[in-house]
Write a protein that binds this ligand. Sequence first.
Ligand code: AMP
Length: 396
Amino acid sequence: MAHRTVLVINSGSSSIKYQLIDPDTAESLANGLVERIGEDKGTIAHTYGGEKNTFSERIADHGAGLRRVIEICDEIGPDLASSGVVAVGHRVVQGGAYFATATAVDDDVLERITELIPLAPLHNPANVKGIEVARELLPDVPHVAVFDTAFFRGLPKAAATYALDREIARKLSIRRYGFHGTSHQYVSQAVAEMLGRTDLKQIVLHLGNGASASAVVGGHAIDTSMGLTPLEGLVMGTRSGDLDPAVVFHLRRVGGYDLDKIDDLLNKRSGLKGLCGNNDMREVHAMADSGDPEAQLALDVYAHRLRKYIGAYAAVMGGLDALTFTAGVGENDSQVRASACEGLGFLGVHLDAERNETRSKEARLISTDDSPVKVFVVPTNEELAIARQCVHLLEA
Ligand code: AMP
């Protein structure tokens, strides 16, 4: 087969992350990050052939940013025209009730993604922008939207439905959508392949700056911890995860905070950061090791929440075959993995301490040989997953 690549674009409110990737070999040919779009001084970091080039300049908007990326590819490489680009894959956060799979972008699809902005006001506008400018600048290749919610589109109603007034929930599209779906799907498929089984009951813990858990049976997600937005569920870097909704009323009525402040507080100043002042798990460990009681409490709350979800999802699935850790914390932090699994011997979860401590970039088993539940670390690769979904769609 001729060498082919997919340009994967993840467009944020003031940034564009991109990667040129070979979906067949998983090789990353180039990647980069455009940051501080619209500010006085923006930056572009572009890595190609193992070399990183950084540019500091004003980047007026997303269009200007992507145009510069294409110029930089021309100047430094890789030459996009001869790289066999067969598609541009766009990460889109919210696909709502519409999108259950990766979808080729046309004007109608773009309009639907735009319609979903009220459900994801922090993310979908930037995703729309990214698609618009990329279609303009790269008009000769198909553009594909890959949704963070798609893997959870088929959640059983019992898991997706909040116990709210049904009319209001329907009218306002309030339900559990779930996020990080591309990662949960990629990781759970990798585990199924490693075990050579398609009938697994799995829990995937995606623990990065954002964090989410999913319960996957036979390749289908049947529950997940993020809900209407990525705020629900696990303790995250800066997000609170689960709390009594009445905390919001209390903040409003007693604390006098307005809604925007509460939104900011729960999304950006809670989680690990709220608990101990730092959202980087490495720093939190360092603080706890030096005797900081707040950092220790943050770690305890984080692990407690994880164990609670593992138990809940084992109950929801009626068993558990595999438990997998992924993303920044999940892939690198043996202490978090150990504390998440602590006391779960009754479920059949037995970590092998030495395997858990061994550092590696590879997918690996970290449970004992006779552990009924297989525990894995699987590095996630959302860009590769997006690239593969693009070519899969184009081949269909
Ligand atoms: P992600 O969102 O998947 O890129 O994960 C980012 C987070 O991973 C960072 O905020 C860190 O808290 C965490 N992280 C990265 N490396 C390590 C490490 N070696 N140990 C613990 N946490 C880590």
